[in-house]
Write a protein that binds this ligand. Structure first.
Ligand SMILES: Cc1ncc(C[n+]2csc(CCOP(=O)(O)OP(=O)(O)O)c2C)c(N)n1
Ligand SMILES: [Mg+2]
Length: 424
């Protein structure tokens, strides 16, 4: 203890000497790791531990009722685009309802809804260019729908039928669309995160003017790959938008058990990444901050971090029952009192470009279209069983051929255990 005291006394006297001798000229560290100024005040040398309750504010434009709070902030999205964004939110919601129920009836094997998170994904996708590359986590079907992914493509993927572009090799919702600049979903958390700055780095080198959008969840942010991604993006000056959907949960783990800092946004400055926190249930605010982020990414070749605060209204997936770990009152609140679709609806109505009757008609029409695509996909045969073994080697080696023959015999022996409608 005494040794520490004398150490501090020495530091103080050295510091005050330096301070006196360089009052007009602040003395800075020459250490390669930091060029910041010296201080003799210990509290000036301790970054604040950021507490969630006193943290970064949440940017919003619309009130919970869908009223523009400050008209200067309204991004004035052209009506046609705005309606397209809203309709995509609705069609996603309708498709989620039908596909969720169909899993419950045993017609597809798995599903994940985006209930309550429609504005985070659609508001942000609408703010970037169609040729910007998207890396999703798995709850971003809205981005695909906004870019023109058809309901048939969606249903064929969920059914894994022979029309599915992934040839039935992926679980439902693991969409991918090369033609829409959307990388295929991969479920192991955060795998997309280090890949995104890699792609962005390539865009930078090509001077293509494109950026990368990388979606991830609050839970995925705890993976080591998230750190690698942030640091690569910052040090290599990559035009990538890291877009965190902070929906309060990683399956059953609430954010209160996920981190001790102020969410995800507070991590940005630690990596030297400009960051913003936004109300994820506010379509306009999400759109505005993403436009700003894209501009900075592409013009200045650097990453940007957006944390969109939202709430996962649905269960994590069809493999989860969230009543085991959260109160149904909370879920009801977000569903009934502060839903992103209702907020956007109220805004459109107040602008005079939408009405209750148009809304009812939209929902009915979309439901019909979703059901049609669903029935057609269901009726399609599965991909030929050979597809399980193709695309690994250019020419199928003999040991793989042996396995293929074994599975053919196995399926023939147990016809009741396997689909019978394989396509040729
Ligand atoms: C590496 C890895 N660990 C665990 C899992 C299991 N898992 C799947 S989703 C998930 C929660 C992810 O939560 P979050 O990132 O917040 O996304 P959200 O589901 O809330 O959209 C977990 C733990 C996984 N897929 N990959
Ligand atoms: Mg989450």
């Amino acid at each position: 203890m005494l040794r520490f005291r004398s150490y501090f006394r020495t530091v103080r006297s050295v510091c005050s000497f330096r301070f006196l001798s360089s009052q007009s000229n602040v003395e800075r560290s020459r250490y390669p790791g930091s060029r910041s100024r010296f201080s003799c005040v210990i509290d000036e040398c301790r970054p604040p531990a950021i507490h969630p309750d006193e943290g970064v504010s949440v940017f919003r434009i619309l009130s919970s009722e869908g009223r523009v709070i400050d008209s200067n902030q309204d991004p004035n999205i052209p009506d046609e685009k705005l309606l397209n964004m809203y309709e995509t939110m609705v069609v996603l919601n309708v498709a989620d309802n039908i596909l969720y129920e169909s899993q419950r009836q045993g017609r597809i094997s798995f599903y994940m809804t985006a209930y309550g998170e429609e504005a985070t994904v659609i508001g942000s996708t609408a703010a970037i260019d169609a040729n910007d590359l998207i890396y999703g986590q798995y709850r971003e079907a809205g981005a695909l729908l906004f870019r023109g992914y058809t309901l048939s493509e969606m249903m064929n993927q969920c059914y894994g039928n022979h029309l599915d572009s992934a040839k039935g090799r992926q679980m439902p919702i693991h969409y991918g669309a090369h033609h829409l600049n959307f990388q295929t979903i991969s479920s192991p958390l955060a795998t997309q995160m280090p890949q995104a700055p890699g792609a962005a780095y390539a865009f930078k080198r090509e001077r293509s003017g494109q950026c990368v959008m990388c979606y991830f969840g609050d839970g995925a942010a705890s993976e080591g790959d998230a750190h690698a991604a942030f640091n690569f993006a910052a040090t290599l000056d990559c035009p990538v938008i890291f877009f965190c959907r902070n929906n309060g949960y990683a399956i059953s783990t609430p954010t209160s058990e996920q981190y001790r800092g102020d969410g995800i946004v507070s991590r940005g400055p630690g990596y030297g990444i400009e960051s913003v926190r936004v109300d994820g249930n506010d379509l306009l605010a999400v759109y505005s901050v993403t436009r700003m982020a894209r501009k900075i990414c592409v013009k200045e070749n650097r990453p940007f971090l957006i944390e969109a605060m939202t709430y996962r209204i649905g269960h994590h997936s069809t493999s989860d029952d969230s009543s085991a770990y959260r109160s149904s009152d909370d879920v009801k609140f977000w569903d009934k009192q502060d839903h992103p679709i209702s907020r956007a609806y109220n805004y459109l109505v107040s602008k005079g470009i939408w009405s209750e009757s148009r809304d009812t008609e939209l929902r009915q029409t979309k439901k019909k279209l979703v059901m049609e695509a669903f029935r057609e996909a269901e009726a399609q045969p599965k991909p030929p069983i050979e597809e399980l073994f193709r695309d690994v080697y250019d020419n199928m080696p003999s040991h793989i051929e042996t396995q293929l023959n074994e599975i053919r015999q196995h399926v023939a022996k147990y016809p009741n255990q396997y689909p019978t409608n394989f396509s040729k």
